[in-house]
Design a protein around this ligand. Structure first.
Ligand SMILES: O=c1ccn([C@@H]2O[C@H](COP(=O)(O)OP(=O)(O)O[C@H]3O[C@H](CO)[C@@H](O)[C@H](O)[C@H]3O)[C@@H](O)[C@H]2O)c(=O)[nH]1
Ligand SMILES: [Mn+2]
Length: 871
């Protein structure tokens, strides 16, 4: 988006002289965003003094931008035109109930109605997009210039959650890079504490985190000294071009080289961990000094590891172990602490740098067979309680293990929204877009999801705010606890929370006592941490949540394939708003599943979760009046979209008619029908073009979105529908798996993308393969017919209409076809050769087998086309 340098680094101090420029320092609106103009009033911006003698208001911490009048009005006008055409089309169809098969006619009418409605639901929420750009220099000015009670600044304290399960499927190197980027981020060290949740309870993670904490003692001061970006070492060392922003340029080259060596050694230690641990355990087992325990693994301090062994043993396997908590880095002092000058032990001179490290805690909740651990949501709720007993910050930010901080100003950016005097207090969460590192340049499987992150969410930002998308999101703690937003509740939150606490929050007195403090929204001084082991392990047990509101009205929501959208919904339903924050450079980056099968499974989980939500207590139709009407529409759309699959699959398979039927019309008279369809398709495409403009995207982004919509509806959503059907029959439903991420070695770009060419056959691929085959065969049959009989011009024209549909279908399914070709897909011409061969083969089979029955087939032939364009 913007061409602005590292956000907030310097910037226009006052932020008032040139508001737009100052705002741009927060990242977001720059030269490329020529279609966006400021939407807030100038006086508001400046914090004009008030007439009734009250003190002048603080200037606003973020600026809002809207799309330029001409462009957005064109967009709205086109939407209106399409709505009118669709209505005319339906009226016309209802008056012309004429078809070769009335049952098909009815299905197609219902299908078109569904597409019309779901398109409108989607479109309505995008008519008033808003972009909000934080002003980091104003934040510094308002919160960091006068130190507050012994603290270096007035910024609020913050808890950071990071989740992981499996050191192999989610490569530990990434997870530890994430941790390093958090520890090194530009936020006062005494003001944030990180809670690392290891859902696998594996010793490898535990010791990996210990290694990381040690390495951080070098890495973090290095980042501070030279202001490096990004602060995840793997991507930092991978970056080729760097702008120097620190104060010691003359020492940089040496420090950098030294750090690189240290990092390589650190990586080697991480790599060796599983072997080292196994060997150590073996040695201990054979040394008679310790109690013998078969397969046991001993920790460095001579005690036995409580979690899962390298080789599982009774009571020490995945899914069965007691709770573990270890503070790996203690809470630092409030005062900055300068490091040591260079020495033989440490060649880096840290004598001018604050070397404090923020608090870091390892936790692995108790796991017992027979309990539903509720995956990530369960893990995060444990983090929520444990952190409440320790640092208990009023704000929380959460990360998946594979997402790291790419812009060290991100925490501050989110604070601009939380602390802003307009809606700040009513803001439950600030969501950042998900961006990915490892996606191939053409984004074959639409991993970047640009239309969603750069258009849809900006649309929602203009209503009640973006949905929660799982990672890279800052929360207000009390909102997660189920408090009402101030605008809906004049009373003091903390009282309200305490009144109902016992059967809501569980039996921990320590937790209940932490509530009032959590409600102190702008607390800027960290509470001294005291460890009460009994209380801590109490809130980490499986049984703690029995008969409480956890996972329902409190914390992240349970019993659903995707906890994210539904948790965000619960907050919006309570009247909270959320804010969307897209920064430049990207705030966070992660890894995406780039092989087709993994990607389809991910889409399956999302669509399954969406449907589950619609058929649950969290159905958007059941929400009360605090949910903005447009926001409700957005959630209805977000939870019903997979239903389209029913009609899409049917349309996809219509071309079968080419194979078996002579002339066949779903709707007569055909010419008028075709004309309507053409206009309806054309308008949706033109609307897409305009959207691409204001969202700042490319046509490829937009086309990938169309392609993945079709691939999803054809191949994946049927399974999601099956899932919801099974669930409604009281069965378990389809089981969803963790998205595996492969470790990308820092080799050439080609090596990094090797995974793109993995083919893993799975039943999920079957429906789309069938649809591909049907469409190819239909083209073959058409060619066969054209060869066997001489057609009139009208026949050719009509056949061409049908064929256009087949070809369009193939274009949409092209990434899928490439995906199942594996390594061959590096040579797309092979695919075209195959296509030609398949068409030729079907055509000849057609001519030979059925070509001799002219009176059945010689008349006009048509496949059918879906009436309204689908996406
Ligand atoms: O029992 C579990 C299972 C998963 N996780 C963590 O949950 C996160 C997300 O799981 P993953 O399988 O990687 O899902 P993705 O498809 O990569 O994630 C997307 O989709 C999820 C919703 O389905 C969101 O929660 C994520 O934030 C979003 O990035 C990872 O950090 C996991 O370590 C746990 O902590 N415990
Ligand atoms: Mn993920």
């Amino acid at each position: 988006m913007a061409s602005a340098p590292a956000a907030g680094a310097g910037g226009n101090a006052g932020g008032l002289a040139e508001p737009l420029l100052a705002a741009a320092n927060g990242g977001g609106v720059g030269a490329k965003d020529k279609y966006w103009v400021p939407a807030d009033e100038k006086e508001e911006m400046l914090g004009a003094s008030q007439e009734d003698g009250r003190p002048p208001q603080q200037p606003l911490l973020y600026r809002t931008f809207r799309v330029k009048g001409a462009l957005i009005n064109l967009y709205r006008l086109l939407t209106l035109v399409r709505v009118i055409v669709v209505i005319l089309f339906f009226t016309w169809r209802m008056k012309h109930r004429d078809s070769d098969a009335m049952w098909l006619w009815w299905i197609s009418v219902v299908g078109d109605l569904w597409f019309g409605v779901s398109w409108l639901l989607n479109q309505l929420t995008k008519l008033k997009p808003r972009k909000c750009i934080p002003n980091l220099s104003l934040l510094r000015e308002q919160f960091e210039q006068q130190p507050v009670d012994g603290s270096s600044s007035g910024l609020p304290v913050l808890d950071v959650f990071i989740n992981t399960v499996d050191p192999v499927d989610e490569p530990m190197l990434y997870t530890m890079n994430s941790v390093l980027s958090i520890l090194a981020t530009d936020y006062p060290a005494e003001k944030h504490a990180t809670y690392f949740s290891d859902d696998g309870g594996s010793l490898v993670h535990y010791e990996g985190l210990l290694e990381t904490a040690k390495f951080a003692a070098l890495w973090v001061p290095f980042c501070r000294k030279h202001c490096v970006e990004p602060r995840a070492p793997e991507s930092y060392f991978w970056t080729k071009t760097r702008l120097y922003a620190g104060n010691a340029p003359e020492e940089f080259v040496d420090d950098h080289r030294c750090m690189h060596v240290e990092y390589e050694e650190f990586k080697a230690r991480l790599d060796a961990l599983s072997t080292v641990i196994a060997q150590r355990s073996e040695a201990c087992n054979h040394a008679n000094t310790k109690v013998r325990c078969e397969n046991a693994t001993w920790m460095l301090d001579g005690t036995q590891w409580q979690g899962t062994w390298v080789e599982p043993a009774t009571g020490h396997r995945k899914g069965h172990h007691p709770a573990i908590l270890q503070v790996m880095l203690n809470q630092p002092s409030n005062e900055p602490q300068l490091g040591m000058p260079a020495s033989s032990d440490n060649p880096l001179d840290f004598s001018t740098v604050d070397v404090r490290l923020p608090m870091l805690v390892y936790i692995s909740r108790e796991k017992r067979p027979g309990y539903d651990h509720q995956k990530k949501a369960g893990a995060m709720n444990v983090q929520l309680r444990v952190s409440a007993l320790l640092s208990n910050a009023p704000f929380i930010i959460n990360f998946d293990g594979d997402h790291y901080i790419n812009n060290s100003q991100a925490f501050r950016a989110a604070m601009c929204f939380m602390l802003d005097r307009r809606d700040g207090d009513d803001t439950a969460f600030v969501q950042f877009p998900q961006r990915f590192d490892d996606v191939d340049p053409t984004d074959r499987y639409c991993n970047h999801n640009r239309m969603f992150f750069d258009a849809t969410l900006l649309g929602l930002n203009g209503i009640q705010g973006p949905s929660f998308v799982g990672t890279g999101c800052m929360f207000r703690r009390v909102a997660l606890y189920g408090a009402d937003p101030p605008r809906w509740q004049p009373d003091d939150d903390s009282k309200a929370l305490q009144q109902h606490s016992p059967n809501i929050f569980g039996t921990s007195a320590a937790f209940v006592n932490s509530l009032p403090m959590a409600a102190d929204q702008e607390r800027s001084v960290a509470t001294p941490v005291t460890l009460d082991e009994a209380e801590l392990s109490d809130v980490m047990t499986c049984a703690y949540e029995d008969s409480t509101e956890w996972g329902n009205g409190v914390g992240w929501v349970y019993n659903i394939a995707t906890e994210d959208v539904v948790t965000g919904f619960r907050l919006h339903r309570a009247g909270w708003r959320s804010m969307y924050c897209a920064m430049e450079p990207d705030a966070f980056r992660g890894t995406a599943p780039i092989n087709l099968t993994e990607r389809l499974y991910q889409i399956l989980r999302w669509s399954g979760g969406s449907l589950e939500m619609f058929f649950s207590r969290f159905c958007p139709l059941l929400a009360g009046r605090r949910l903005h009407p447009m926001q409700r529409i957005a959630y209805v759309n977000m939870t019903t979209y997979p239903v389209s699959t029913f009609f899409i699959v049917m349309y996809d398979l219509y071309p079968v008619m080419w194979l078996f039927h002579g002339h066949f019309y779903i709707q007569k008279p055909f010419q008028t029908f075709a004309l309507f369809v053409a206009v309806i398709i054309a308008t949706v495409e033109v609307i897409g073009m305009v959207e691409v403009k204001w969202a700042g995207l490319t046509l490829l982004d937009w086309f990938r979105n169309e392609q993945f919509y079709i691939i999803g509806t054809t191949g994946v959503y049927p399974t999601a529908m099956l899932h919801i059907l099974l669930r409604s029959l009281g069965l378990k439903g389809v089981s969803f798996k963790l998205t595996a991420k492969k470790l990308m070695t820092a080799g050439s770009a080609r090596e990094r993308l090797a995974e793109l060419y993995d083919v893993q056959w799975a039943p999920l691929l079957a429906p789309t393969v069938v649809v591909l085959a049907v469409n190819v065969a239909a083209i073959g049959a058409a060619v066969g017919k054209a060869v066997a009989w001489r057609w009139s011009t009208v026949q050719v024209a009509e056949a061409a209409t049908g064929l256009t549909f087949n070809v369009w279908m193939l274009l949409l399914l092209y990434p899928f076809a490439l995906g199942i070709m594996g390594l061959w897909s590096k040579r797309p011409y092979v695919l075209f050769a195959l296509l030609l061969a398949a068409v030729a083969a079907t055509a000849s089979v057609y001519v030979v087998l059925v070509g001799s029955v002219p009176d059945f087939l010689s008349s006009r032939d048509l496949g059918s086309i879906p009436s309204s364009k689908l996406v």
